[in-house]
Design a protein around this ligand. Sequence first.
Ligand SMILES: [Ca+2]
Ligand SMILES: [Ca+2]
Length: 322
Amino acid sequence: MSPTNMGCLHGLRHACVHVLCASACALVMVGCATPGAVGASDLPSGRAEDDAAQLLPAYSYELEDSWEVDGRQGVAAEGDGIWVSGSTTLSRYDADGNLLATNDRPFDVGYEREVNHIGDIDVWNDEVYAGVELFLDGKASNIQIAVYDAQTLELERTFPFEPDSGQDECSGIAVEPDTGSVWMCSWTATGRYLYRYDLETGAYLGRVQLHASPQWIQGVASHDGSLFLTADDGDADLSEPDHIYRITVAEGATHATVALERTLDDVPLQGEVEGLTFTEDGRMLVLYNRGARIVLGMPVGFYEGYDHEVHEVLAYRMTERP
Ligand SMILES: [Ca+2]
Ligand SMILES: [Ca+2]
């Protein structure tokens, strides 16, 4: 995306008065006057399909490194630290992959509503944000945002989700400091929306529909004004790859167009993508599981050559596309 285009997009999103966008603004004033209807494209036509920059990947990705970790759900990074979530664990690593701390009883203290499952996590301002829930018999309840001290990994506070949002599962969470938002994604059919909460108060701010929605969303992370999603949408039994997607949510938008960002065809063995995060030195980290046969979300034995499921972080070097 050229600097001129970038300025135009941001001008339209924030105030609709950017000098470079004067003519475009005049043509989309209806969209600006009714914020609930914006979101597909900032181009005069308003059609996402006319916005090539929005539809194409923003980066190219080269698999640079990988290392095993102790959790199968999520990954987050801040400064020199890397945090990993298992379904019932939180761990803190240094940048070289050395395990520094683990909380293997993260639900024991501080919860008013019972929970037993953590999905993908995020870290911001030295706090771990986790989407937690009670997952029983294939159904989730008691969804909430849980905030842990990033150093001690002890629970600090929780915010309940808004049941009227329609969300029925939480597979991941992302902090977006620039907009003061926390986003939750869902692995189920309600994953066709992302659910937004206030970073400070935990208040529900609304949901954004994905056009078109990836299936089996497992993680979400914020980076450079966009949200990146992982989807376990490739069948490992058929050696199909999973995918990374990207959306940019315009201010006030209730829907956003999904771009395919990266096909994960370069993993050691096709398996199950989980959470993702971005590092300050320009890498995308992806939590990836391989080796176990998963049927309807449950491990049922192992692929040839494996006697356990490998949880690893895949580190991709990112290069902005011209
Ligand atoms: Ca997951
Ligand atoms: Ca898969």
